[in-house]
Structure formats: structure tokens, C-alpha cells
Design a protein around this ligand. Structure first.
Ligand code: GAL
Length: 420
């Protein structure tokens, strides 16, 4: 354990000096995060408990708001005013952006002591490192392209499983609607619109198209008939949601599926955390199925970055937190509650449910088939201003009667402008 080794080393090197501040540096960490829904709160509480059980003082700074848009606004103002929190839920290219600003502390000594290079998969290491230095730690692997369905409602129209093609999806939704059942539970917030959109891009276009359009921002892919078909499908889905969708939080949409008010939700597997927190059983009370695609898997890795702070207590707090997060125990406990699977390799999935096992199996298959792709909607694929340009168009289209042709030309234009 890193901390024990540090305390020993510190004891030997500094016993003669008996520096009061060093001897009494108790690990403390202010943690900025957006995990406030039922399942999320349970998961983050497990980290807090672990930290406190190891002698840490946890200062909780939750900022409500799915996908962290509000939390990132708070982060920017905190850093601007010279008051950065010690540990911040941050992911994907945003980690590199903050590192470029010189805002992040390196964790190389903990990484070396804990052997992170051997237990964090290479693709995830790339995201956690800046110029070869660890500046963040991975918490989990969430999958974005899921359908969460209520089996009782599906049975009412004779379906015993979730659809496996988008045509089947539409046919099922039409039947549900004809039976007076809301087919799709949706929260009308830009990131939720974008979550649905990227699963449709993956499904209708295939993994290569997803890569070209939403990762490489290739103009031909953005300006294509396939992209028009994606917007056509988004228009269809818009017709399957209830009238009260604008502004609804994602977890309230999950609750609609849980309570039999809507049949399906397209959402990442943090939705499973909500079902589990409510005592629901996968395969019985709810069904998990991948959104239709050919061996696709949209990944979303949550992580914490450590910001530059002063004070031995804070620095020790960051190190303890980082050590615990990558530890096997935390990776199991947290992910059982959160709906995700461990980011650390070699953690047994024995205690995990069939949805998590499917996630792991599909991840392997997608990696082999070239369909393992970063989520655009959840900040894994693009820098903030580029993703923002896409999300704005997707939302504007979903919330108006804009034609697919117009959506495509706006998309091309917005991305071109953002690239400059
Ligand atoms: C995602 C995040 C998940 C979950 C979700 C809803 O971006 O990675 O952990 O919190 O937002 O807030």
C-alpha cells in the first residue's frame, strides 16, 4: 500500500526533525462530483466510507446535474478564483485540457508504488496520463448504448425481449403506442438527446461510420445520407416520448420505466444503478439489451483528476484517494452499485449481474471487431467545444420540426466553425 510505505519512509527520514505539520498531516480531500441520483449517491458513498475508514477526511462537493455540465461550470469558476478542489470527477479529453493549463498534480509516485501500469488497461492509461505522467485515476467502464425495458409492458404487446434492429424498435414502439403505452422514457436535456443520437449513429451507420463522423469529424460522413437517416430516426423517437419530456432528469425517466409509465429508456448503465438502488432485479423486473448495432460498444470511463493544491493534508488526501480508487476492493464495491464494470483489469465479475457480464463480453467482442468506441455525448471522444457544437444541433433538431436535410447542413457548418 502506497500510504503505509510513505508513512514508514516519512517516519525514518523526518523523525529527527519531528516537523509538526508533517507528522500530523491527516489526509483530507474535497471531492467535486455530480453523483446525486439514488444509485450514484450510493456508489459515491462507498468511496467516502472507504476513504474515511482509511483515516481520510472527506469534504463533499456535489453539483447536481446529469453528465456533469453544471459541475464543470463550477469547476471553471473555482479554478479561476484560485480555489481548486483537490479531487474532481473529470474524464476523457477534458483531463488533457486541464493538464495543458498546468492545473493537475501528478500521481506518479502512487502509480509506481501500486503498479498501475500493470493493472490499468493501456487504452485507459492513455486517457489518465498527460505527457507520460498519471494525472487522473479511472473508476469504471460505463457502456452508453443500452436499452432498459419494462418486461411487463413489452408483454402487453406480445414482445418478450428488446428489439435487435432499429426497424424492430420502431415496429415495437408503434405497437406500444397503439396500446396506449408511452414507448420511450426520455429526459429532454441536451446531453440526453445526444446520448440517444450517438446510439442511433452507431446502429444505423456502423462502427466505422461512428468513428468517421463523431470522432474524426470527417466532413463526408457528417454530410451523408446515413446522417440524414440518423436524423430521420431521431424524429421518429421524438414521436415516441411523452409530452412532459422537456427538462426531465435522466433518473426520473428511468423511474418511468421502473414504475410502468413507459416501456423503454435509451441510457448508459448508470440507469442500472437506479434500478438496483430501488431493489429491482435484472432479468425479472427490468431487461437490459444493447441498442441495435453490429458489435458496437460506446464506452464512458469515469475518472478523478487531482488538482494542484497546497498543504500536506490535501496532498496526502489526494494520494490516499487515488490509491483506493484503483484498488481492487473499491473497483468491485463501487461498480456493483454504479451499474458499470471495473476499469482495473483482473477484477472478478463473480458478484456482478448478467447485465455487467454482458457488458464485459460485448466489450471484448467489440474490441476484436473494431467497434469499441468512445462516447461523444459523455465527453470521451472530443474536446468540449467540438462535442458542444454537435450536441447543440442534435438538440435543436429534436426540439423543433427541423428537417433532416437542414440538421445535416447545420451539423456540417457547426463542426467546421468549431474546428477553426
Ligand atoms: C455520465 C457519467 C456517469 C453518470 C451519468 C449521469 O456522464 O459518466 O457516471 O453519472 O453521467 O449523471
Amino acid at each position: 500500500m502506497y500510504l503505509r510505505k510513505t508513512i514508514l519512509a516519512t517516519g525514518v527520514a523526518f523523525s529527527a526533525l519531528a516537523t509538526a505539520s508533517f507528522a500530523h498531516a491527516e489526509p483530507t480531500a474535497e471531492v467535486l462530483h455530480w453523483w446525486t441520483s439514488g444509485g450514484e449517491a450510493k456508489a459515491v458513498a462507498s468511496l467516502k466510507e472507504d476513504f474515511e475508514a482509511n483515516g481520510g477526511t472527506w469534504v463533499d462537493s456535489p453539483v447536481a446535474g446529469g453528465a456533469g455540465d453544471a459541475a464543470m461550470t463550477v469547476l471553471r469558476s473555482r479554478v479561476l478564483s484560485g480555489d481548486a478542489p483537490a479531487a474532481v470527477q473529470l474524464k476523457g479529453p477534458a483531463i488533457q485540457e486541464w493538464a495543458e493549463q498546468g492545473a493537475l498534480a501528478d500521481l506518479n509516485d502512487v502509480a509506481a508504488a501500486e503498479g498501475w501500469d500493470d493493472v490499468i488497461p493501456a487504452a485507459i492509461q492513455d486517457v489518465m496520463k498527460y505527457k507520460g505522467d498519471y494525472v487522473a485515476v479511472p473508476v469504471n467502464v460505463h457502456r452508453v448504448d443500452w436499452i432498459w425495458a419494462n418486461p411487463t409492458l413489452l408483454a402487453k404487446v406480445g414482445a418478450d425481449s428488446a428489439p435487435t434492429t432499429w426497424d424492430e424498435f420502431n415496429a415495437l414502439a408503434d405497437k406500444l403506442q397503439a396500446a396506449g403505452i408511452t414507448p420511450v422514457a426520455h429526459g429532454g436535456q441536451p446531453w440526453q438527446d445526444a446520448t440517444v443520437f450517438e446510439t442511433v449513429v452507431l446502429g444505423l451507420g456502423g462502427p466505422e461510420f461512428f468513428q468517421s463522423a463523431l470522432v474524426d469529424l470527417d466532413e463526408d460522413a457528417l454530410n451523408s445520407d446515413t446522417m440524414k437517416a440518423v436524423f430521420d430516426q431521431m424524429r421518429k423517437i421524438r414521436g415516441y416520448v411523452d409530452a412532459d419530456f422537456p427538462g426531465r432528469d435522466w433518473n426520473l425517466a428511468t423511474a418511468m420505466v421502473m414504475n410502468g409509465e413507459a416501456a423503454m429508456q435509451i441510457m448508459g448503465d448508470w440507469a442500472k444503478g437506479e434500478f438496483l438502488a430501488a431493489g429491482k432485479v435484472p432479468g425479472k423486473d427490468f431487461i437490459c439489451a444493447a441498442t441495435p448495432s453490429e458489435n458496437g460498444y460506446l464506452f464512458n470511463v469515469d475518472s478523478f483528476a487531482m488538482f494542484n493544491v497546497s498543504g500536506d493534508d490535501k496532498v496526502e488526501g489526494q494520494k490516499l484517494l487515488a490509491e483506493l480508487i484503483v484498488g481492487e476492493k473499491f473497483q468491485e464495491t463501487f461498480n456493483l452499485l454504479k451499474g458499470s464494470i471495473p476499469a482495473r483489469s483482473g477484477v472478478s465479475l463473480d458478484k456482478f449481474d448478467d447485465c455487467a457480464k454482458k457488458s464485459e463480453a460485448d466489450l471484448q467482442a467489440a474490441q476484436e471487431a473494431g467497434g469499441f468506441l468512445p462516447s461523444m455525448a459523455h465527453g470521451m471522444a472530443l474536446r468540449g467545444h467540438l462535442a458542444g457544437a454537435i450536441v447543440d444541433v442534435v438538440t435543436a433538431h429534436f426540439n423543433s420540426d427541423m428537417s433532416s436535410d437542414e440538421a445535416v447542413s447545420r451539423l456540417v457548418e457547426a463542426v467546421e466553425l468549431a474546428k477553426d
